[in-house]
Design a protein around this ligand. Structure first.
Ligand SMILES: Cc1ncc(COP(=O)(O)O)c(C=O)c1O
Length: 398
């Protein structure tokens, strides 16, 4: 076990805290392990886990620690503070940072903490080299090549020259050249060819790159040629098919995340009564209405107004009216339910899965996951038992 997962409250301490939570996320670590094995079994190359943005809402450190225990030794983040957090937690493995860096203290910290920086300009590479000299350490880099996405990266036509210069800088080692597919089958083949041409040119100049990488989940699903030496899955690791067509890829994925909330209040409303803001739900009959203490604070999109499917026991119930910052109403007519009972707002499968909520709200499933509030507590399960807790609200606010 890594230090991080070793230093957790006991299952009964976690359960006791959960009794008082009104909204929380449950992350099934076994599902993440399962998805990792599925991906590894398919690609047979190095897997770099994309844990950027709080591991797509799942919680950075518990997820990274768990993946590390399951043999993942590469992590990718998009914020320097996330790279530092992984290093400071003592989680074994390499961390690749895609954040832009501007200050000398940032360069110093990156080198001192052994973070692998993404570079695509000579200026940034030189500043890293200078930081490496100051610290008497090596700076490892991934060079981002723009093969046609035109977002960031050195243009493929100039990449070999830049990489040759970067590789010659004192204290700098180029570990990888990587790029990002457009995820358009008509363009992706040409993009792959461009990266391989850069690699070929470098080999001709006597520079052997250890990892060539292009594939995120989309290419893991659909584009074996793009797997190269390392794939970089995010969504698939968390068990989500971003698009309906991805299901046919045959990977067996299990969504890891569920959002739970407690019923705060139960009451009867009469036929013709409206509930919540703007009166956009009018009771068609006498109804028993429950109010959950969860809302768009936690990440439930406001576009779920009147569209939610919420599981109570084994039944799905419809949400009623608008979504509030901290409240979400549902129909509890002819059902046993009282304050304190737990409802499942996002389920791991079925009518309230992440994908179903994304469809209903018109959000992209990436946006949905990446807007889950980091302050909503997260409980981590193994074999159904709580083994870790991430509760930033306790640490920072109370
Ligand atoms: C460079 C890079 N690689 C891989 C990924 C993972 O993508 P996905 O979640 O679609 O697997 C991302 C996420 O946006 C990324 O920025």
């Amino acid at each position: 076990m890594s230090k991080y997962l070793d230093n957790q409250p006991t299952p009964s301490e976690i359960r006791e805290k959960m009794e008082g939570y009104t909204s929380w996320l449950e992350i099934d670590l076994d599902s993440i392990t399962h998805n990792l094995h599925e991906i590894r079994g398919r690609v047979g190359v190095e897997v770099m886990a994309v844990v950027k943005n709080n591991a797509y809402g799942h919680g950075l450190l518990p997820v990274a620690a768990h993946l590390s225990e399951n043999g993942v030794s590469w992590f990718m983040v998009a914020k320097t503070q996330e790279a530092k957090a992984i290093r400071d937690a003592g989680i074994p493995g390499h961390v690749v940072n895609m954040d832009a860096v501007f200050t000398e203290s940032q360069f110093n910290a990156i080198v001192k903490k052994g973070i692998i920086q993404v570079v695509y300009t000579e200026d940034v590479a030189k500043r890293l080299s200078a930081a490496a000299s100051r610290a008497g350490r090596e700076a490892k880099v991934f060079v981002k090549v723009d093969t046609g996405l035109r977002r960031v990266g050195v243009d493929h036509s100039e990449a070999a020259d830049l990489i040759e210069r970067v590789a010659a800088l004192p204290g700098v080692t180029v570990k990888s050249i990587f790029s990002t597919f457009m995820q358009n089958p008509e363009q992706d083949g040409a993009m792959l060819k461009r990266l391989l041409e850069v690699d070929g040119e470098l080999r001709d100049r006597g520079i052997d790159i250890e990892f060539r990488s292009m594939a995120s989940s989309d290419a893991v699903f659909h584009n074996p040629e793009g797997w190269l030496d390392m794939v970089r899955p995010g969504m698939s690791l968390y068990g989500v098919f971003p698009e309906a067509k991805d299901v046919a890829s045959g990977l067996d994925l299990r969504q890891a995340l569920a959002l739970k909330a407690r019923i705060e209040h139960v009451k009867w409303v009469e036929k013709g009564d409206s509930v919540t803001y703007w009166g956009r739900f009018i009771a068609p009959r006498r109804m028993r209405v429950g109010t959950l203490h969860v809302g768009f604070y936690d990440g439930v999109p406001r576009e779920m107004a009147n569209k939610g499917r919420i599981k109570v026991g084994s039944e799905y119930r419809g949400s009623l009216g608008s979504v509030s910052l901290n409240h979400y109403l549902l129909d509890l007519t002819s059902m046993e339910a009282s304050p304190g009972d737990v409802a499942e707002v996002i389920g791991r499968e079925g009518e309230n899965s992440l994908v179903k909520m994304a469809e209903a709200s018109g959000w992209m499933v990436y946006s949905l996951m990446n807007h889950l509030n980091p302050f909503t507590p997260r409980v981590y399960l193994r074999e159904g038992k709580p083994v870790a807790l991430l509760d930033l609200s306790q640490e920072r606010l109370l």
